[in-house]
Design a protein around this ligand. Sequence first.
Ligand code: AMP
Ligand code: MG
Length: 399
Amino acid sequence: MLSYEEALDHLLSAAVPVEEIRLLPLAVAAGRILAEAQVSTVTVPPLDNSAMDGYAVRCADVPEAGVALPVVQRIPAGSVGHALAIGTAARIFTGAPIPAGADAVVMQEFCEHGPNDMVIVNRVPTPGMNIRRAGEDIAAGAEVLAAGTRLGPAEIGLAASIGIAQLPVRRHLRVALLSTGDELTEPGNPLPPGGIYNSNRHFLRAMFESLGCAVTDAGHVPDTLEATRAALREAAGAHDLIVTSGGVSVGEEDHVKPAVEAEGELSLWKIAIKPGKPLAFGKVGSRGTAFIGLPGNPVSCFVTFLLFLRPYVLKRMGVRTTLPLARQLVSASDWNKPEDRRSFLRARIAADGRVELYPNQSSGVLTSCAWADGLVDVPAHQPFKAGDPVRYLAFADLL
Ligand code: AMP
Ligand code: MG
């Protein structure tokens, strides 16, 4: 059996990012993965400017509170004043450039109007007060966005702030999903005797879409070798990755393994984790389309996706950091039946900040995944008690 890390290393070392890059306008770039680092050609802010509405002065002219200065210019944002003569003040507004010679801005709340266009400055300024310095945010030539960054609202705003209108992003990873199992019935239909509803197909689609993949639902394959082979051949054509759920155990109804072997190549990994022991990895078709077979049990399928598919898919999408942050939290539950494999228990953070376990950790109980908001990662053979520290992976960080 492979450890989690060994299996993940195998998977990640085979994950090559999609090559094609497209240039997208900012309006449609949110959620995409930046393909090339972005370097600023401008300085932000471009000039020293005022952080407040108030009066630009020379500190040397205001040695004490109550000094009156003539207001000889008015500088709103968007205009440029002229050099400040000694012994004068400039009315200035937030974002307006500081005139040459001025070394502080006094907030208008600390000033009052005097006679003859004078301002009375009631606060002694210190040099640099209320001045935002040129380049304080970004220096020209600085890298502002690294390749492999997912473009969220802040990144889109940052690109705009340096004048970039279009960003190079990687094309979507194209994923084909196949379900196997003659017992599966699609939701919306009555359940025949011996049937169960197909849940994996639907949550897998949602998970891939939440990572930002272009998903093709290639349907539900009958449990025969020929149908499975045909579905794999069909899916290999236009996709970067084919993912199946179910059919990778060793029963004679499990046709995914022989079908992949016949259409390409396959390794079946037994991984020392629970849930989710078997994971199939291979290639299909003449283009060598990657293939990953997930376990059929819904919880195994769900957890295996988070632990393996997610980092693999992110790497293929060109994302820079693919491993989730784990948090050290305190358990609210006892775990008395440690497994002989590293376990990923469905859990959630209670109101007091401690982590509670879902009472039924069986791999068929999908309710546990909906109830939970994360996984507790427990080493093999390791019981724990309420109050003990546990390693917690939040779904919010994973999806
Ligand atoms: P298998 O890996 O095909 O042997 O399936 C293991 C278990 O998971 C069986 O109980 C299947 O009925 C169930 N299962 C397989 N695929 C799905 C699916 N798409 N939705 C819900 N349950 C499934
Ligand atoms: Mg099956």
